[in-house]
Design a protein around this ligand. Structure first.
Ligand code: NDP
Length: 241
């Protein structure tokens, strides 16, 4: 039986590359998304991968959404917590609304999604939870106090849960991408990207979503069974942790 993988934010950007890589490797994949029906429809037309719409920021919606996925595909073996948003602003202009939106999606979302699958993974004595954090959670980034806080929190969550899941056959790891050429990064002002961001990246280019997907594929595989509580930094040499 194919293992079942659920990828949050799995229809666009890095998540789409992860969904495709897992599907190509033989997993039965469910790609969750929040609201962009057009992108989700295009993604399914292109890949044949089933999509499921709910917000990872809403606990009850996660419980109901996961139940739908499990009814369709079977119990979730691999959970990739990839969904994320940015609402940037220097701290003196940071609003509570922006703060709450980012913490709720990027940090609370990990609880909302992992909590409902955890008991099943423990019972079946197998699970892989892979959290997509960020280089900006590792090093902090001006203008992203909300995002850096949430992404650093994702790493704490990863390390704590790795200890709890180990004896039940569950590994929990994180991937910290550097700047990857998705819509999230293309939304950054071109001047800022060329003058301030690219010069910080020793390999001299943005990463590709597929380069993150390959890290996730490895962490999901049986080859990674002894890797638990780890962080893979995939950032072109921008930051060493
Ligand atoms: P994109 O903006 O390209 O795609 C985001 C995906 O997440 C979409 O599928 C979107 O759904 C979904 N999503 C957003 N909010 C929610 C929500 N509340 N519930 C469910 N799904 C949601 O993002 P990226 O591919 O660039 O980023 C993916 C992850 O990687 C994020 O966690 C991001 O923080 C992280 N990351 C990205 C970096 C980069 O350079 N791009 C660098 C470091 C980390 P919909 O299509 O419906 O909007």
């Amino acid at each position: 039986m194919a293992r079942v993988a659920l990828v949050t934010g799995g229809t666009r950007g890095i998540g789409a590359a992860i969904s495709k890589a897992l599907s190509a490797a033989g997993y039965s994949v469910a790609a969750n998304y929040a609201g962009n029906d057009e992108a989700a429809a295009l993604f399914t037309a292109e890949t044949g991968i089933a999509t499921y719409k709910w917000s990872v920021g809403d606990y009850d919606a996660c419980v109901a959404g996961i139940a739908r996925v499990e009814a369709d595909l079977g119990p979730v073996d691999v959970l990739v917590n990839n969904a994320g948003i940015t609402r940037d602003g220097m701290f003196h202009k940071m609003t509570k609304e922006k703060w709450d939106a980012v913490i709720n999606t990027n940090l609370n979302g990990l609880f909302h999604m992992t909590n409902p699958v955890w008991a099943g993974m423990r019972e079946r004595k197998f699970g892989r939870v892979i959290n997509i954090s960020s280089v900006n959670g590792q090093k902090g980034q001006a203008g992203q106090s909300n995002y850096s806080s949430a992404k650093a929190g994702d790493l704490g969550f990863t390390k704590a849960l790795a200890q709890e899941g180990a004896r039940a056959g569950i590994t929990v790891n994180a991937v910290c991408p550097g700047y990857i050429g998705t819509e999230m990064v293309r939304a950054i002002d071109a001047d800022v990207l060329n003058k301030h961001i690219l010069p910080q990246i020793p390999v001299g280019r943005l990463g590709e979503p597929e380069e993150i997907a390959r890290c996730v594929l490895f962490l999901a595989s049986d080859n990674a069974g002894f890797i638990n509580g780890s962080t893979i930094s995939a950032n072109g040499g921008q930051f060493f942790s």
